[in-house]
Design a protein around this ligand. Structure first.
Ligand SMILES: Cc1cc2nc3c(=O)[nH]c(=O)nc-3n(C[C@H](O)[C@H](O)[C@H](O)COP(=O)(O)O)c2cc1C
Length: 421
């Protein structure tokens, strides 16, 4: 019987994804002068031939002054149009073309890290403040050591003025336009993992009392304005999606998150990707504070996906919304179970994609049995000299570093290696 993973999915904008397997966004750390490079393009050429239904790029920063790392691609200044900025568009077109060389639609993830921009990332200088909805510093833990790590890694955030809000909205819209002009099939707003959009949505980081804070609806306004303004400047066939954080059913903010999701669904999204976590609590890497030292519960382990229950809840409330679920998928059986459970339409796959660029070919090959159609991964090795540091931070950092290195191997055409122990 053919796998349900092989079914195509049509997004509301008309874009057809040939199957349900999506290469999830992973920062490649391969940009130079914040522009796409040949190794970056080469890595995506490999994914383009991997049998994916869609390819999400690693985050593209909307402002070169505020980046996730010094090696992110980013917008340097205002983007006018494809004629005025023809060299820039040509450079990005090479990237979009490589992703889509074999017909798989590629979606560029666009991002502003807000208060999570490291001191060394971005052209603003080591001591300049980060931008955030409110001046709430990052707190990775209560110990002296954790406070020191927080101080060394990030500056104090500045509460954004209304002018700052308008500028960042424009930067998102400009970046969306550049991605459309370059030939990408869509954008995904990075609204998860504690980055700026998530900071606005979240009551712990958004303490504003103006039009952009105070209630769940007002906290969603920043994101909603970006979506509505971006819609006006890209073709109607261009997909606009968002990656969002889940909330535990038992959490005080669960219904508030659902209120915001309802507003986003009404805004006319092409898809919503469910993830979770932040730098303070990196659940997206399977290293949340709660499970940094313990294995996943056997129930979640059997069903692989980290945020399955939350996705099912969104699905129940918004059956029309195209849902992608990312985090933890390692096997055909796990991915099929999520589709059959009606938890999602699309399965986002991160780390296995960095090891095997053609992972979908294995999962969709009917001659391969379920036992073989998987890529189980050990935790990435944590250097011995960092073992006295908090595991939820070091473990997640080790995962990112390890898999970014594998992506760089892909870019060089060198064999990748799964974590050995
Ligand atoms: C090296 C690396 C870089 C990542 N960069 C991004 C990113 O740019 N944007 C994003 O939304 N998620 C990013 N993630 C998180 C993944 O998209 C995904 O949510 C996470 O790895 C869990 O999925 P997995 O278990 O399939 O790896 C990154 C993950 C890794 C390993």
């Amino acid at each position: 019987m053919p796998s349900p993973l092989a079914d195509p999915v049509k997004l509301p904008c008309g874009l057809v994804l040939p199957n349900r397997l999506s290469k999830a966004a992973m920062a490649e750390l391969l940009a130079k002068n914040n522009q796409p490079t040949d190794p970056l393009v080469d890595a995506y050429e490999q994914w383009s031939d991997g049998g994916w239904g869609s390819i999400l790029t690693g985050n593209v920063q909307v402002d070169v002054n505020h980046m996730g790392s010094p090696f992110d691609p980013a917008l340097h200044s205002e983007y006018k149009d494809s004629e005025t900025n023809s060299a820039l568009v040509a450079q990005w077109k090479k990237y979009a073309d490589a992703c889509q060389k074999h017909g798989t639609p590629a979606i560029a993830q666009i991002c502003h890290p807000g208060r999570q921009s490291f001191r060394v990332a971005g052209h603003r200088g080591m001591f300049a403040q980060t931008l955030a909805p409110s001046a709430v510093p990052i707190k990775v833990g209560d110990s002296y050591l954790e406070k020191l790590i927080g101080y060394l890694a990030w500056t104090e955030p500045k509460e954004m003025t209304t002018q700052d809000v308008e500028m960042v909205i424009r930067q998102f819209v400009d970046t969306a336009r550049l991605m459309a002009d370059a030939g990408f099939s869509g954008i995904e707003l990075h609204g998860a993992h504690g980055y700026l959009l998530d900071q606005f949505l979240n009551s712990k980081t958004n303490l504003r009392t103006d039009a952009y804070g105070g209630t769940p609806e007002k906290r969603a306004r920043f994101v909603l304005e970006i979506i509505s303004q971006a819609r006006k400047v890209v073709p109607s066939t261009f997909a606009i999606g968002i990656k969002l954080n889940s909330a535990d059913h038992t959490s005080a903010t669960f219904e508030e998150t659902m209120t915001q999701i309802a507003l986003l669904a009404e805004a006319g999204l092409d898809f919503m990707e469910i993830s979770g976590g932040s730098y303070e609590d990196p659940k997206m890497m399977g290293y949340g504070k709660a499970n940094a030292t313990e294995p996943k519960s056997s129930r979640t382990a059997a069903r692989e996906a980290f945020f399955l229950e939350f996705s099912k809840e969104v699905r129940q409330r918004h059956p029309e919304l195209v849902l992608m679920l990312t985090g933890g998928f390692r096997s055909r059986a796990g991915a099929e179970a999520a589709i059959r459970d009606n938890a999602c339409d699309l399965v986002g796959i991160g780390r296995p994609a960095a090891i095997d660029a053609k992972f979908p070919r294995l999962l969709l090959d009917e001659s391969v049995g379920d036992d073989e159609a998987q890529l189980l991964l050990n935790k990435a090795p944590v250097p011995w000299y960092t073992r006295f540091l908090p595991l939820h931070l070091i473990g997640a950092g080790a995962e990112s570093t390890y898999y970014a290195a594998q992506i760089q191997q892909l870019g060089k055409g060198i064999a990748t290696l799964a974590p050995p122990w």
